[in-house]
Design a protein around this ligand. Sequence first.
Ligand code: AMP
Length: 284
Amino acid sequence: MFQEIPVSDEHIVAFKVSGRLTDADYQRFLPRLTTLIHKYAPLSVLLELENFRGWDLKAAWDDLRFGKQHDKDFERIAIVGAKPWQKWMTALGRAFLSAEIRYFDRDQLQEAWDWLRGKEEETGRDEEALEVPELQPYAHLLAAVDFSPHSEYAVARAVELARHYDARLSLLHVVEYISYPYYDYDLLMSEAYDFVEEEQQAYDRALERMNGVVAQLDYAKLHHEVLWGEAEQTILSYAEAQKVDLIVLGSHGHHGLARLLGSTASRIVKRAEKDVSVVHLPAE
Ligand code: AMP
Protein backbone atom coordinates (compact mmCIF):
# COMPACT_ATOMS: atom_id res chain seq x y z
CA MET A 1 0.00 0.00 0.00
CA PHE A 2 1.09 3.55 -0.72
CA GLN A 3 -0.05 6.27 1.65
CA GLU A 4 0.63 9.92 0.96
CA ILE A 5 2.04 12.01 3.78
CA PRO A 6 0.98 15.61 3.18
CA VAL A 7 4.05 17.83 2.74
CA SER A 8 4.21 21.60 3.04
CA ASP A 9 7.02 22.05 0.43
CA GLU A 10 5.79 22.19 -3.18
CA HIS A 11 8.55 20.17 -4.81
CA ILE A 12 8.71 17.38 -2.28
CA VAL A 13 6.26 14.51 -1.99
CA ALA A 14 6.27 11.81 0.66
CA PHE A 15 4.76 8.35 0.75
CA LYS A 16 4.68 5.59 3.27
CA VAL A 17 5.12 2.22 1.62
CA SER A 18 3.91 -0.85 3.48
CA GLY A 19 2.90 -4.46 3.01
CA ARG A 20 3.36 -6.23 -0.31
CA LEU A 21 2.85 -3.96 -3.32
CA THR A 22 0.40 -5.18 -5.92
CA ASP A 23 -0.61 -4.01 -9.37
CA ALA A 24 -3.82 -2.61 -7.80
CA ASP A 25 -1.70 -0.48 -5.43
CA TYR A 26 0.15 0.97 -8.43
CA GLN A 27 -3.10 1.60 -10.33
CA ARG A 28 -4.10 3.91 -7.46
CA PHE A 29 -0.68 5.38 -6.77
CA LEU A 30 0.72 6.16 -10.25
CA PRO A 31 -2.08 8.52 -11.39
CA ARG A 32 -1.56 10.53 -8.19
CA LEU A 33 2.20 10.61 -8.73
CA THR A 34 1.69 11.64 -12.36
CA THR A 35 -0.52 14.55 -11.26
CA LEU A 36 2.17 15.67 -8.82
CA ILE A 37 4.83 15.38 -11.52
CA HIS A 38 2.79 17.53 -13.91
CA LYS A 39 2.33 20.17 -11.25
CA TYR A 40 5.71 20.26 -9.57
CA ALA A 41 8.42 18.33 -11.48
CA PRO A 42 11.28 17.91 -10.93
CA LEU A 43 10.17 16.28 -7.70
CA SER A 44 12.08 15.07 -4.71
CA VAL A 45 10.53 12.09 -3.03
CA LEU A 46 10.63 10.61 0.45
CA LEU A 47 9.65 6.95 0.58
CA GLU A 48 9.26 5.62 4.09
CA LEU A 49 9.26 1.83 4.21
CA GLU A 50 7.33 0.33 7.09
CA ASN A 51 6.47 -3.33 7.31
CA PHE A 52 7.40 -3.52 3.61
CA ARG A 53 7.28 -6.97 2.02
CA GLY A 54 8.29 -6.39 -1.60
CA TRP A 55 6.44 -6.42 -4.89
CA ASP A 56 4.25 -8.79 -6.85
CA LEU A 57 5.74 -9.43 -10.27
CA LYS A 58 3.25 -7.24 -12.11
CA ALA A 59 3.74 -4.46 -9.58
CA ALA A 60 7.53 -4.59 -10.03
CA TRP A 61 6.97 -4.24 -13.77
CA ASP A 62 4.63 -1.21 -13.25
CA ASP A 63 7.34 0.32 -11.12
CA LEU A 64 10.13 -0.12 -13.67
CA ARG A 65 8.06 1.06 -16.62
CA PHE A 66 6.97 4.20 -14.79
CA GLY A 67 10.54 4.88 -13.67
CA LYS A 68 11.74 4.63 -17.26
CA GLN A 69 9.06 7.04 -18.55
CA HIS A 70 9.78 9.61 -15.87
CA ASP A 71 13.51 9.29 -15.64
CA LYS A 72 14.07 13.07 -15.68
CA ASP A 73 11.20 14.06 -13.42
CA PHE A 74 12.88 13.19 -10.14
CA GLU A 75 15.67 15.07 -8.47
CA ARG A 76 16.34 13.34 -5.17
CA ILE A 77 14.83 10.19 -3.74
CA ALA A 78 15.26 9.44 -0.04
CA ILE A 79 14.36 5.92 1.04
CA VAL A 80 13.94 5.62 4.79
CA GLY A 81 14.00 2.39 6.77
CA ALA A 82 14.86 0.18 3.85
CA LYS A 83 17.44 -2.12 5.39
CA PRO A 84 16.51 -5.54 4.04
CA TRP A 85 15.64 -4.06 0.65
CA GLN A 86 18.55 -1.71 0.27
CA LYS A 87 20.59 -3.74 -2.23
CA TRP A 88 17.59 -4.47 -4.41
CA MET A 89 16.44 -0.91 -4.53
CA THR A 90 19.90 0.44 -5.25
CA ALA A 91 20.29 -1.81 -8.25
CA LEU A 92 16.81 -1.12 -9.64
CA GLY A 93 16.86 2.61 -8.93
CA ARG A 94 20.29 3.18 -10.47
CA ALA A 95 19.33 1.27 -13.58
CA PHE A 96 16.18 3.22 -14.31
CA LEU A 97 16.47 6.67 -12.78
CA SER A 98 19.02 9.41 -13.10
CA ALA A 99 17.85 10.94 -9.80
CA GLU A 100 20.14 10.88 -6.78
CA ILE A 101 19.02 8.10 -4.48
CA ARG A 102 20.03 7.82 -0.83
CA TYR A 103 19.11 5.43 1.95
CA PHE A 104 18.53 6.36 5.53
CA ASP A 105 17.86 4.26 8.60
CA ARG A 106 14.60 4.88 10.42
CA ASP A 107 16.32 6.99 13.06
CA GLN A 108 17.87 9.20 10.35
CA LEU A 109 14.51 10.66 9.32
CA GLN A 110 15.68 14.22 10.02
CA GLU A 111 18.81 13.75 7.87
CA ALA A 112 16.60 12.44 5.07
CA TRP A 113 14.41 15.56 5.17
CA ASP A 114 17.41 17.87 5.39
CA TRP A 115 18.93 16.19 2.36
CA LEU A 116 15.69 16.46 0.36
CA ARG A 117 15.43 20.13 1.30
CA GLY A 118 19.07 20.69 0.32
CA LYS A 119 20.07 21.56 3.87
CA GLU A 120 22.70 18.88 4.38
CA GLU A 121 25.53 21.42 4.25
CA GLU A 122 24.29 22.90 7.51
CA THR A 123 24.86 19.75 9.53
CA GLY A 124 27.91 19.54 11.75
CA ARG A 125 27.28 23.04 13.13
CA ASP A 126 29.89 24.64 15.30
CA GLU A 127 28.18 25.09 18.69
CA GLU A 128 30.50 27.95 19.68
CA ALA A 129 29.72 29.99 16.58
CA LEU A 130 25.97 29.37 16.84
CA GLU A 131 23.97 32.56 17.10
CA VAL A 132 20.75 32.51 19.08
CA PRO A 133 18.04 33.49 16.61
CA GLU A 134 15.17 35.79 17.44
CA LEU A 135 12.30 33.96 19.13
CA GLN A 136 9.53 33.12 16.66
CA PRO A 137 5.93 32.48 17.72
CA TYR A 138 4.64 28.97 17.06
CA ALA A 139 2.93 28.78 13.68
CA HIS A 140 1.93 25.11 13.42
CA LEU A 141 1.14 22.81 16.34
CA LEU A 142 0.61 19.09 16.14
CA ALA A 143 -1.37 17.21 18.78
CA ALA A 144 -0.97 13.43 18.74
CA VAL A 145 -4.30 11.77 19.52
CA ASP A 146 -4.66 8.17 20.70
CA PHE A 147 -8.15 8.72 22.20
CA SER A 148 -6.92 8.11 25.75
CA PRO A 149 -7.90 10.61 28.52
CA HIS A 150 -4.25 11.72 28.50
CA SER A 151 -4.33 12.68 24.86
CA GLU A 152 -7.77 14.28 25.24
CA TYR A 153 -6.28 16.55 27.88
CA ALA A 154 -3.24 17.20 25.68
CA VAL A 155 -5.55 18.21 22.81
CA ALA A 156 -7.33 20.69 25.08
CA ARG A 157 -3.94 22.18 25.97
CA ALA A 158 -2.93 22.25 22.30
CA VAL A 159 -6.11 24.15 21.36
CA GLU A 160 -5.42 26.66 24.11
CA LEU A 161 -1.84 27.16 22.89
CA ALA A 162 -2.90 27.37 19.24
CA ARG A 163 -5.40 30.10 20.11
CA HIS A 164 -2.74 31.98 22.00
CA TYR A 165 -0.36 31.91 19.02
CA ASP A 166 -3.11 32.10 16.38
CA ALA A 167 -1.39 29.01 14.97
CA ARG A 168 -2.52 26.22 12.74
CA LEU A 169 -3.36 23.06 14.71
CA SER A 170 -3.17 19.56 13.26
CA LEU A 171 -4.55 16.54 15.08
CA LEU A 172 -2.96 13.25 14.09
CA HIS A 173 -3.95 9.72 14.97
CA VAL A 174 -1.79 6.82 13.86
CA VAL A 175 -3.44 3.47 13.23
CA GLU A 176 -0.81 0.92 14.10
CA TYR A 177 -0.50 -2.20 11.97
CA ILE A 178 -1.96 -5.34 13.41
CA SER A 179 0.82 -7.29 11.71
CA TYR A 180 3.56 -5.53 13.61
CA PRO A 181 6.76 -4.83 11.72
CA TYR A 182 9.62 -6.91 13.04
CA TYR A 183 11.89 -5.62 10.37
CA ASP A 184 14.51 -8.28 9.94
CA TYR A 185 12.14 -11.20 10.48
CA ASP A 186 9.32 -9.78 8.46
CA LEU A 187 10.59 -11.12 5.16
CA LEU A 188 10.33 -14.66 6.49
CA MET A 189 6.80 -14.12 7.76
CA SER A 190 5.59 -12.15 4.78
CA GLU A 191 2.98 -14.52 3.37
CA ALA A 192 1.70 -15.87 6.66
CA TYR A 193 -0.39 -12.89 7.67
CA ASP A 194 -3.09 -11.11 5.80
CA PHE A 195 -4.79 -8.63 8.04
CA VAL A 196 -5.86 -6.28 5.29
CA GLU A 197 -9.56 -6.38 6.10
CA GLU A 198 -9.14 -6.06 9.87
CA GLU A 199 -6.70 -3.22 9.32
CA GLN A 200 -9.14 -1.38 7.07
CA GLN A 201 -11.85 -1.73 9.74
CA ALA A 202 -9.45 -0.41 12.37
CA TYR A 203 -8.71 2.56 10.10
CA ASP A 204 -12.41 3.30 9.54
CA ARG A 205 -13.13 3.15 13.28
CA ALA A 206 -10.22 5.48 13.99
CA LEU A 207 -11.40 7.98 11.39
CA GLU A 208 -14.86 7.98 12.95
CA ARG A 209 -13.41 8.59 16.42
CA MET A 210 -11.21 11.37 15.05
CA ASN A 211 -14.22 13.03 13.42
CA GLY A 212 -15.93 12.84 16.83
CA VAL A 213 -12.99 14.62 18.48
CA VAL A 214 -12.91 17.31 15.79
CA ALA A 215 -16.69 17.88 16.06
CA GLN A 216 -16.26 18.83 19.71
CA LEU A 217 -13.59 21.44 19.05
CA ASP A 218 -14.31 24.94 17.98
CA TYR A 219 -11.16 26.23 16.33
CA ALA A 220 -10.98 27.60 12.79
CA LYS A 221 -7.40 26.65 11.93
CA LEU A 222 -7.92 22.98 12.74
CA HIS A 223 -6.86 20.10 10.48
CA HIS A 224 -6.92 16.41 11.13
CA GLU A 225 -5.25 13.38 9.70
CA VAL A 226 -5.42 9.64 10.27
CA LEU A 227 -2.38 7.77 8.99
CA TRP A 228 -1.17 4.20 9.05
CA GLY A 229 2.06 3.33 10.70
CA GLU A 230 4.02 3.07 13.83
CA ALA A 231 3.08 5.88 16.20
CA GLU A 232 6.52 7.30 16.99
CA GLN A 233 7.87 7.23 13.44
CA THR A 234 4.66 8.52 11.87
CA ILE A 235 4.26 11.42 14.32
CA LEU A 236 7.86 12.49 13.68
CA SER A 237 7.48 12.04 9.95
CA TYR A 238 4.27 14.06 9.72
CA ALA A 239 5.70 16.79 11.95
CA GLU A 240 8.72 17.16 9.67
CA ALA A 241 6.72 16.95 6.44
CA GLN A 242 4.38 19.68 7.68
CA LYS A 243 7.09 21.87 9.28
CA VAL A 244 5.33 21.65 12.63
CA ASP A 245 7.11 23.70 15.29
CA LEU A 246 5.52 22.24 18.44
CA ILE A 247 4.44 18.64 19.04
CA VAL A 248 1.95 18.19 21.89
CA LEU A 249 1.60 14.72 23.45
CA GLY A 250 -0.04 13.12 26.45
CA SER A 251 2.40 11.80 29.03
CA HIS A 252 0.74 8.37 28.79
CA GLY A 253 -1.55 6.62 26.38
CA HIS A 254 -3.52 3.43 26.21
CA HIS A 255 -0.37 1.47 26.87
CA GLY A 256 0.65 3.31 30.03
CA LEU A 257 4.31 3.68 30.83
CA ALA A 258 5.08 0.00 30.98
CA ARG A 259 5.64 -0.44 27.26
CA LEU A 260 8.44 -2.72 26.32
CA LEU A 261 10.36 -0.11 24.34
CA GLY A 262 9.58 2.80 26.65
CA SER A 263 6.81 5.28 26.05
CA THR A 264 5.99 6.90 22.73
CA ALA A 265 6.27 10.26 24.47
CA SER A 266 9.77 9.74 25.84
CA ARG A 267 11.04 8.36 22.54
CA ILE A 268 9.62 11.33 20.63
CA VAL A 269 11.16 13.78 23.10
CA LYS A 270 14.50 12.08 22.53
CA ARG A 271 14.36 12.02 18.74
CA ALA A 272 12.45 15.17 17.74
CA GLU A 273 14.50 18.10 16.52
CA LYS A 274 11.71 20.52 17.41
CA ASP A 275 9.87 21.53 20.57
CA VAL A 276 7.77 18.87 22.27
CA SER A 277 5.30 19.50 25.05
CA VAL A 278 4.37 16.47 27.17
CA VAL A 279 1.11 17.19 28.94
CA HIS A 280 0.33 15.44 32.24
CA LEU A 281 -3.17 14.83 33.58
CA PRO A 282 -3.46 16.82 36.85
CA ALA A 283 -4.29 13.70 38.91
CA GLU A 284 -1.06 11.92 37.90
P1 AMP B 1 2.28 6.28 25.18
O1 AMP B 1 3.69 6.71 25.27
O2 AMP B 1 2.00 5.23 24.16
O3 AMP B 1 1.76 5.94 26.52
O4 AMP B 1 1.46 7.56 24.65
C1 AMP B 1 1.83 8.89 24.98
C2 AMP B 1 1.18 9.86 24.04
O5 AMP B 1 1.67 9.61 22.70
C3 AMP B 1 -0.33 9.77 23.93
O6 AMP B 1 -1.00 10.49 24.95
C4 AMP B 1 -0.56 10.42 22.57
O7 AMP B 1 -0.45 11.84 22.65
C5 AMP B 1 0.65 9.91 21.77
N1 AMP B 1 0.32 8.65 21.04
C6 AMP B 1 0.56 7.37 21.41
N2 AMP B 1 0.12 6.51 20.50
C7 AMP B 1 -0.43 7.25 19.50
C8 AMP B 1 -1.07 6.96 18.24
N3 AMP B 1 -1.25 5.71 17.82
N4 AMP B 1 -1.49 7.99 17.48
C9 AMP B 1 -1.32 9.28 17.89
N5 AMP B 1 -0.73 9.60 19.05
C10 AMP B 1 -0.29 8.63 19.85
